[in-house]
Design a protein around this ligand. Sequence first.
Ligand code: ZN
Length: 598
Amino acid sequence: MSRTESTGRAPSDGLVGGEAFYTAPPSECTMIGVISRDDQSAAVEELFQLFKTPWEMYKPERSYDVVVATVNKIPDVDARLLVIYGAEAKTNDATNGVVGRSRYQGASLSYGQTQLPIYGEVLTFEEGSAAVPCVAAGTEVAGLRVCRTETTLIRVGYDLFEEVDYLLTVGQPPKNAAFPTLDVHITMLREWILDCGIALLEIPPVPAGHRFIVCLTHDIDFAGIRRHRLDHTMWGFLYRSTVGAVSNLLRGRLSVRELLRSWSAAASLPLVYLGWAKDFWEPFGWYLRIEKNIPATYFVIPFKRRPGDKVVAPHASRRGAAYDVSDLAHWPTALLEEGCEVGVHGIDAWHSAEKGREELEKIAAVTGESRIGIRMHWLLREENTFRVLEEAGYAYDSTVGYNDTVGYRSGTTQVFRPAGARTLLELPLHIQDGALFFPQQLDLSESDAWLRCGRLIDHSRTFGGVLTVLWHDRSHGPERFWGAFYVRLLRALTTLDGWFGTADQVVGWFRKRRGVSFERIEGTDGVVRTRVRYQGEQILPPLTIRVHRPSAAGNWRGTAVGTSSNFVDITWNGETTADLDYECDSVALGAAGGSSLR
Ligand SMILES: [Zn+2]
């Protein structure tokens, strides 16, 4: 396996095109046929961008290894594995001995040891002697496996594509934030296919040689305390750094040393205003120092003293920032020179394309970049936000996350295309400092916060995808003192096998992966090939074409998410043409393909 850069680099501008051919005997050339309702096509397409494997809408004249269906009228299909989802009765339930039991609106299911929240309807089944339970709803059965000689049937009591649609539009409530629900759905389907003894071609959501991606981001809300004179921010700071600090000391959340630093910072305020003492909230120098050689993304305010329109929240007028990008002097240039990115911390862009464009242009004029991304101040958004942002010209958004907890609003570690967008992609936000530590949010001790972050890191390394971290600009200084925790988190992340990229680089990598397509080619020799196509900029770091080799048919695990499968990986940057011949246990690249085997 060729190792790739561990820090992000801007891709070269040269357009390349490449094709890879995965050749397999017809019986091993897995193409998933999908039979869904007409109104589910967007969810189907997005699911198979995240679970990047060959698929097509079901064609009756073809035979498939795997058919996935959510319709109620199930045709007679020629497939080795038929996975039927849905809470409605299906036309073939009776012939398969499947008998419904109870219907629920939403449920917490379990797949082995893994919990799976379901947001739509769930049907449970009577346990039959010919069927083996594979998904549980408490003491009841919500998924069954019926083994027959020709076709294995998996009957699941919820609708996969309805769940995908719900997760990517409405998203999970904070109480379920800890569950990477969408990634678990993908894992279940993959495991059912492999456990049936069917080979699978897949492009995992992570660059070759890495287990996960890390995207460090900073929302710049203040850019120092010196612009806050006699306003609510200053009074709030004075209260929290004196009285609040004593309370935090008594709660065990602050050390005596930090208490004294807090008091000293409060006392130094007049000198900070006079320019005689260091501004202890100044963010850029501190972050550049501790993130040396690691690219980060800074979302900065385009217009000061603008609280924005349509803000329905207590103290909406306080949303206006005391600074904007034109007050940052040399810092934007310094950040760009260090390989960092500067994006828009949006004010009105979430509801107005015109204002969004104005905000974009203000930042682009400073950075000189043509591709600009955004995260909304206070994480505001509404139903039309993604369409509006796309119309304003943004390349990506990174607003979908929680203010009050950490985890997976959309149930995934992956960059996805949000509803209403055609080109704009969403970089989901997973960890933010305020959610972990604010008394009115999770109010965690450092050790509890560490455990929470550790679980999210583990998920990323299991499923791939990105872990997006937000640490605010003033969090390192008094009176928060969340800097030490961040340094520890950063140190832990850099010792793992992650690829660090700016938001634009990470989104760009996923965009290229989305640009890869599969094509079914039937040769005159009767051999069916899967052609992997890509046209565009070179994929850096390269992706992996993974060939999962099937376990023996009937070797059912069906127990734990993340079970390692037997696979061969090919590193591919989309530039070369490669003939991939899948034999018993090896994959060989054609002459032009470079090489890497695992
Ligand atoms: Zn903000």
